[in-house]
Structures are given as structure tokens and as C-alpha cells.
Design a protein around this ligand. Structure first.
Ligand SMILES: [Zn+2]
Length: 379
């Protein structure tokens, strides 16, 4: 990875390095380094990091001072000592304390920030990182595989370092982005829009439609709890009804997208059924909004995704869509060989897959109507 040609603005800044793969909770745990590895190998096999319009950034560790913009010092100390010990959990039993885990978690935060910084400095129009999007982490506790909240720290740094007034955070991970939402629940300058599987069926259980923010922040937090088995039809309807209008009304200066792919059909941990069509649609839509509203400033962060094929194909497709990189009909053989070596499973052959229908559209339309009735969307 090199930081050459920094003076010239590129289309996309991406950050990657072996240090990011150290954010790994072991072979028996669903959140492991293979997710990032299979995706990065596919991006490389397609020549995306080497493109002229792509800026490759080195990973970096966040400082304790940066972490304290969202986390408490007590919690930072707790993670450091628990990871030095190297056994047990940082939370009730989802997020193990691993040797080296403190440094790995700080690297995720620092690297996520580096793509935002590159966009703000005009080195690149958009940013993307595959390992990151740790939206369940709270100021004082780990949760759901998330140690430190790279998204929340980046939001704070955008405001402190670049004096941004208003930032939008959008989350399409199947799980609700509770750490980000409650972290800024009383803050009117963080716009939060989250599409997740209904909390009555999936961890962490939060993100009901009536959770709109508190006090002066009421009307800046929006939750769309998607019914289980929602597919492209319902997701695209929900997205198109909410996102363009809310962003135009609330006018953020920077947009962060947590692009977890655990809502993709075939993910072992959730019951959503999105396909390639949804992911490409939201990237095109969001890029258009970012160009109209905030000078293109848009950064993508990995997030969840526990089917390795979904991670590699959908994240690669999203990044390619963002920069209009053409994708071949068939996946490169060199990547298919790597995939088999890394996962022990047969590799897929193509990016193509059928769009998914559903029988949840009536319920989703009712929820959109609820936002209209409350006056947050035009009739
Ligand atoms: Zn998730």
C-alpha cells in the first residue's frame, strides 16, 4: 500500500492491510478475518486497488485520545487489560477478549477515520473500508462483535477536525445500529436512518419505528424495522421512500453508510432476503444524493455479513458500482482458486443472481405511511 499521488484527487480512497485482518475472534466465531480476505482478494483479482482513480491508504491505529471522543477511559482500559489477558469476553458472551484485540480494534477505528479524512481533504471523492462498521459498540461497553465504534468516532472527528455541523449515518446491516443511534440519541446534528430486521426477531432488539430521537433531536433518527423475509421489492421501496427525501430535508455535509451484507439471502444469522439488485440500487441512489447534497462526500464501512460468498461478491459489487468499474460476467479463476484455499468451499462462478420478491410490501408500505402521517415525509 502506498500513499502516492496524494496531491491529485482520486475517485475512491480505500484502506486495507494485514493489520485489519487481526480483528478476528478465532476460527469458531462468525466474525473472522476470512470475510475481509475473500473480499480483498476479489477486489485485487479485478484490478480495483490498482486503478488510476483509486487511492490506497495505509491502516493506522486510533489514539486513546481519539477513542475518548466516544468511549470512556474506563472502558478503553478495560479492553486493554482484558485483551492482554486474552481470554473470556468483553461483553455477555458474543465478543471475545483476544490477544492483540486491543490494537486490532484501534486499527479498525483509525483506518475507518483515514478514509473520511481523505474525502474531507479532497484526496478522494468517496471512501470505502471493508473491515469496520462496528455499530453495536457503546461508549462504555462492547456488544455484538463490536469493540470500539469506528463509525461514532469518525462522526466525532468529522465535526472536530473539519467543523462539520451535520452528518448523516445510514445503516443497511440486518442488525440495528444501536451503538450509533443511542450514542447520538439527543444530538440533532447526527441524522440516523437504519433499515434492519425487526428487533422482535433479531439481535439487538432495538430500532422500533417510534424511536425518533429525544428532545431537540426528535425527528433526526429514523428506523425501518423490516419484517423477516423482506426481499428487494420491500427494501427498495422502503429506501426510495425515506432516504432521498430525508437527506434533502436535513442536508448533511457528509454521509456514512454502514454496508453490512448480513441482510443478503443466504446469510446464516438473519432472515432477510436481499439480493445484488438491492445493494447496487442503494449505492447508485446514495451516490446521487451525496453528489446533489454534499459535494459527493460519502464513505462506506463493511459491517456484518456471515456468508463469505455474500461478503466478497456484494461488497466488491458495491465498491465497483460506486466508481462505475465494469465487472466481468464470470468471476476470475485466480480468485476462485484463492476462495477455495481460504474457505475450503467451492467458489461461486458469477456476480449475477435473481432479484428477490417478498410478501412483506404491504407492511413496509404501512410503515412508510406512518412516517408520512407523522409529517416526516411528504404525502
Ligand atoms: Zn449485522
Amino acid at each position: 500500500m502506498t500513499n502516492e499521488n496524494l496531491g491529485q484527487s482520486k475517485k475512491l480512497a480505500i484502506v486495507y492491510g494485514p493489520e485489519l485482518l487481526n480483528y478476528d475472534f478465532g476460527p469458531e466465531h462468525p466474525f473472522g478475518s476470512k470475510r475481509g480476505k475473500v473480499t480483498w482478494e476479489l477486489l485485487k483479482a479485478l484490478g480495483i486497488p490498482e486503478r488510476e482513480d483509486v487511492l490506497n491508504l495505509n491502516t493506522r491505529e486510533a489514539s486513546n485520545e481519539e477513542l475518548r471522543l466516544f468511549h470512556t477511559q474506563d472502558y478503553i482500559d478495560f479492553v486493554e487489560s482484558a485483551c492482554k489477558r486474552g481470554f473470556g469476553y468483553l461483553d455477555g458472551g458474543d465478543t471475545p477478549a483476544m490477544l492483540g484485540g486491543f490494537e486490532a480494534a484501534k486499527t479498525v477505528v483509525g483506518s475507518s477515520w483515514s478514509i473520511c479524512e481523505a474525502v474531507m481533504k479532497g484526496q478522494a471523492r468517496y471512501g470505502a473500508t471493508i473491515v469496520g462498521g462496528l455499530h453495536h459498540s457503546f461508549p462504555g461497553r462492547a456488544s455484538g462483535f463490536c469493540v470500539f465504534n469506528d463509525l461514532a468516532v469518525s462522526i466525532q472527528l468529522l465535526r472536530r477536525e473539519f467543523k462539520l455541523k451535520r452528518v448523516a449515518y445510514i445503516d443497511i446491516d440486518a442488525h440495528h445500529g444501536d451503538g450509533v443511534m443511542y450514542g447520538f440519541y439527543e444530538d440533532p446534528n447526527v441524522i440516523f436512518i437504519d433499515f434492519h430486521e425487526d428487533g422482535r426477531y433479531l439481535f439487538p432488539g432495538t430500532g422500533a419505528i417510534h424511536e425518533l430521537g429525544r428532545g431537540i433531536a426528535t425527528g433526526t433518527k429514523f428506523n425501518m424495522p423490516m419484517p423477516p423475509y423482506s426481499g428487494d421489492q420491500s427494501f427498495i421501496r422502503a429506501w426510495d421512500s425515506l432516504v432521498p427525501q430525508l437527506l434533502h430535508d436535513l442536508k448533511p455535509e457528509f454521509i456514512l453508510l454502514q454496508m453490512g451484507v448480513d441482510g443478503h439471502g443466504g446469510d446464516p444469522l438473519t432472515e432477510l432476503n436481499y439480493s445484488s439488485a438491492s445493494y447496487k440500487h442503494i449505492i447508485r441512489s446514495l451516490r446521487e444524493q451525496a453528489e446533489e447534497i454534499c459535494n459527493g462526500r460519502l464513505a462506506l464501512f463493511g459491517g456484518g455479513g456471515y456468508n463469505l460468498e455474500s461478503c466478497a461478491l456484494r461488497w466488491t459489487e458495491m465498491i465497483a458500482t460506486l466508481i462505475d468499474a465494469e465487472l466481468p460476467d464470470f468471476l476470475p479463476d485466480i480468485w476462485r482458486t484463492h476462495y477455495k484455499e481460504i474457505t475450503g468451499e467451492e467458489a461461486p462462478v458469477t456476480f449475477q443472481e435473481d432479484s428477490t420478491g417478498d410478501n412483506t410490501l404491504v407492511r413496509v408500505s404501512e410503515m412508510v405511511d406512518w412516517f408520512r402521517m407523522k409529517g416526516y415525509l411528504l404525502a
